[in-house]
Design a protein around this ligand. Structure first.
Ligand code: ATP
Length: 326
């Protein structure tokens, strides 16, 4: 097999805690294998605008514990056009860069797939998104940290909820998926969770609140996933239907920041190295994920497919939350 001499690495889409740990792993593992590495700044935007930096062992010092990404990340409209991707491929080829590791989510992988097929660049994706909505990896880098950050906020809200005897609605991130909401709901002892893929019913919830109050249950935390409704809308609905005082908060981007958990750092370190290994062995158009504690490759086209197992697990955790919150 022809040896790969030079690769690039970039971050694309939303940032996720642990991206830095993954960049560090890609750079240091590639250098260990004798492969030169270029970092591309601002994702596909930097690829088109020729924003490359040569990486060394020292370029990635002291970043394993930092949130965000030193390479910066971006969303790039021009990359969705053939002309944009042609410029991107030209900038890679003029440096004799044969392979690239893309750290990102579903959208980034769709772009990577097209670039790999159109211009023959060997691309391996590494799942980095707090939403954990990628098929082919039990967890994506950043999702464990996001859940822990949101859980920390819920614990603090619980202190005031119990002291003030309140109903509190907390909106967490997660787009169309309920990954964060369900874990935070179960781990934080929420009374109810409003998430996609499960049957949620505001009327039933308001009945439960009224019945609960009669039985002496005085404080409630309701977690809502951003893909379902806003915290403010749910707050107003509950107030209208029960007459009780309700408060709400949207946790927002704090869930994307902060120092990655040990889990995310270790996952990122393993997947970054596995991505380089995969390119060195001649793989392309694949994503490396962690399944049952083993690094496995799946076609990039499969990564954005809906994961039935994840939905089934969400349903099971939702059911458990409801039983345990009575
Ligand atoms: P996150 O889950 O954090 O949002 P993501 O990778 O899904 O991450 P997107 O904004 O969906 O984030 O995609 C990132 C970038 O990937 C886009 O800005 C665009 O440049 C590129 N991209 C997305 N979809 C396509 C596509 N169909 N064709 C070409 N490029 C695409």
């Amino acid at each position: 097999m022809k040896k790969i001499n030079r690769i690039a690495v970039l971050c694309s889409g939303g940032d996720a805690p642990g991206m830095n740990a993954a960049v560090r792993s890609v750079v240091r593992y590639a250098l260990y294998l004798g492969i030169e590495v270029y970092g591309v700044l601002r994702g596909y935007q930097g690829l088109i605008e020729d924003d490359f930096v040569k990486m060394s062992l020292r370029s990635v010092s002291n970043i394993i514990n930092r949130g965000g990404t030193i390479l910066k990340t971006a969303r790039c409209k021009e990359f969705t056009t053939k002309a944009g991707r042609k410029k991107a491929a030209y900038n890679l080829k003029k440096r004799d860069i044969e392979g690239m590791v893309v750290l990102g989510g579903n959208g980034s992988f769709k772009g990577a797939q097209i670039l790999a097929s159109e211009f023959g660049i060997k691309i391996i994706g590494v799942p980095c998104t707090i939403d954990n909505d990628i098929t082919g990896s039990d967890m994506s880098i950043g999702s464990d940290t996001a859940v822990n950050t949101a859980l920390d906020a819920i614990d603090k809200i619980r202190d005031t909820v119990t002291s003030m005897e309140r109903i509190y609605v907390v909106e967490v991130m997660g787009r169309k998926e309920g990954y964060i909401a369900i874990r935070v709901g179960l781990g934080g002892g929420a009374e109810d969770i409003l998430v996609p893929h499960t049957e949620y019913d505001i009327e039933r919830m308001c009945d439960d609140i009224k019945k609960g109050r009669k039985k002496g249950k005085i404080s409630w935390i309701i977690v809502v996933s951003e893909g379902v409704a806003t915290a403010k809308d749910v707050e107003e609905l509950i107030h209208e239907m029960t007459g009780y005082e309700v408060r709400s908060v949207t946790l927002g981007h704090i869930q994307r920041g902060g120092s990655p958990t040990a889990y995310d750092r270790i996952l990122a370190s393993r997947l970054g190295a596995a991505a380089v290994e995969a390119i060195a062995r001649g793989n392309s158009n694949k994503m490396v994920g962690m399944c049952a504690n083993k690094a496995v490759l799946t076609p990039l086209s499969y990564a954005s497919k809906h994961c039935k197992e994840k939905v089934a697990l969400d349903k099971e955790l939702y059911r458990l939350t409801k039983i345990l919150s009575t």
